[in-house]
Design a protein around this ligand. Structure first.
Ligand code: ADP
Length: 449
């Protein structure tokens, strides 16, 4: 087992990893930018190394500074968390070259899944159902137009290097195609430094359902059932739950098998997530595979009583997994608490938290790095915490979430708490009637004071 793990991340996930390391008797090293000097992950780790100024490029994305921090502290492994370098093949390789175990996928596995068009071709070859679309990239507009006609409108143009809900453009009819194509490739080039695009059929009103999987170094795989992440705003997840209210036993079995097939086709090792779109007839299509821990891994942990970070560390250390598939035995929901103003188009709201009271009680979990007096820096994403509940049934979980949200006090900045409260009270949500389109028509009512 590893003696010391460096966590190449910040915020709640850095703290989350430190906690498991402590339980496993593994020492930890935090790295931080000067903007995060007062962050809890710095205080909770056994050692901490400042790796640069606030901009991510000069700190959390600076590979040589992170490797140097691992070397001077004698860390024998690096946990990348999510975002930042977690799906960076070059960084995974750099760790190998420095004899430091990267607790994540191998460079060739990240490469196989990182480029979305390549990943799709690999999945088609492996027999995993994919959204109908182009094989490989579309470069020529005339060919692309023909392809769009063949696939059938509406189609969606996607940047092969895209991620985080960015780099996608929907085209409803042929007349709009030229302009959409030009704009999409321009945007992809500017945002990701790679103008490559592929195209697929736009599935109307789908659900986003993903399967958590794990694979060890000996070719054994298992799945840990699904997470429904259909509650999204501009393709970004806001609420996740498991089991999905749309799931059936037969569909779970089929999707679980497909996810394992996807992971096995690239000899995947570690924990990972295979994302699918599911249409109203319960046909499912591979979208992408994330070769890292996800923000929403918590709800899976709650329903199958399993520490996924511990599992990642064990797999990286060469410990075999059982190969058993897991079914949820409870219901869990996570709300992402962002420093954003839900009454103002979710505008980011960084600043100082003047007062903080976190909810508690049976079945309530809060994963966060913030506290009263903490200043949210403007340099990173706006997520300040995750509120997770679990209960015997979906109905009880929603009621518990409502109760927990109403106890949660964060003052000094705006947060998404009022949005989540209104969502939990929405009749359609409570019935489980929602797709990825749900929030487009959802009106957030500003309370009168
Ligand atoms: P990212 O990597 O940026 O998260 P994804 O490919 O996972 O992008 O897609 C993000 C979201 O965009 C999905 O959850 C879904 O809501 C929507 N989406 C993507 N592809 C399609 C499609 N072919 N049809 C309908 N919606 C889609």
């Amino acid at each position: 087992m590893f003696k010391k793990i460096l966590i190449a991340n910040r915020g709640e996930i850095a703290l989350r990893v430190i906690r498991t390391c402590r339980e496993m008797g593994i020492k930890t090293v935090a790295v931080y930018s000067t903007a995060d000097k007062e962050s809890l992950h710095v205080r909770f780790a056994d050692e901490a190394v400042c790796i640069g100024p606030p901009p991510s490029k000069e700190s959390y994305l600076n590979m040589s500074r992170i490797i140097a921090a691992a070397e001077i502290t004698n860390a024998d492994a690096i946990h990348p968390g999510y975002g930042f370098l977690s799906e960076n093949a070059k960084f995974s390789k750099l760790c190998q070259q420095h004899n430091i175990k990267f607790i994540g996928a191998l460079p060739e596995q990240i490469e196989a899944m990182g480029d979305k068009a390549t990943a799709k071709s690999t999945m088609i070859a492996a027999g995993v159902p994919c959204v109908p679309g182009t094989e490989g990239l579309v470069t020529d507009i005339t060919v692309a137009k023909k392809e769009a006609k063949r696939i059938g409108y509406p189609v969606i143009l996607k940047a092969t290097a895209g991620g985080g809900g960015k780099g996608m453009r929907l085209v409803w009819k042929e007349e709009e195609f030229q302009e959409a194509f030009d704009k999409a490739s321009q945007e992809a080039g500017a945002a990701f430094g790679n103008a490559g695009m592929y195209m697929e059929k736009y599935i109307l009103e789908p659900r986003h359902i993903e399967i958590q999987i794990a694979g060890d170094q000996y070719g054994t795989f298992c799945h840990m059932s699904e997470r429904d992440c259909s509650i999204q705003r501009r393709h970004q997840k806001l609420v996740e739950e498991t089991p999905s209210p749309f799931m059936t036993k037969a569909l779970r079995k089929k999707m679980g098998e497909a996810a394992i097939k996807a992971a096995a086709s690239v000899n995947y090792e570690g924990v990972g997530t295979v994302e699918f779109l599911v249409d109203k007839d319960r046909n499912f299509y591979f979208m992408e595979m994330n070769t890292r821990i996800q923000v929403e891994h918590t709800i899976t942990e709650e329903v199958i009583d399993y520490d996924l970070i511990r599992e990642q560390i064990k797999i990286a250390a060469g410990i075999p997994i059982s190969g058993l598939n897991y079914e949820p035995t409870r219901h869990s929901i996570q709300c992402r608490i962002n420093a954003e103003d839900p009454f103002n188009d979710f505008r980011p709201s960084p600043g100082k938290i003047t007062s903080y009271h976190s909810p508690g009680g049976h079945g309530v979990r809060v994963d966060t790095h913030v506290y009263a007096g903490y200043t949210i820096p403007p340099n990173y994403d706006s997520m300040i915490g995750k509120l997770i509940v679990s209960a015997q049934t979906r109905e009880e979980a929603i009621t518990k979430m409502e109760r927990a949200l109403s106890e949660y006090v964060i003052e000094g900045v705006n947060t998404t708490i009022p949005f989540h409260l209104q969502l939990m009270q929405n009749e359609q949500f409570r019935k489980g009637n929602f797709t990825t389109k749900f929030l487009e028509d959802f009106e957030i009512v500003k309370p009168k004071v």
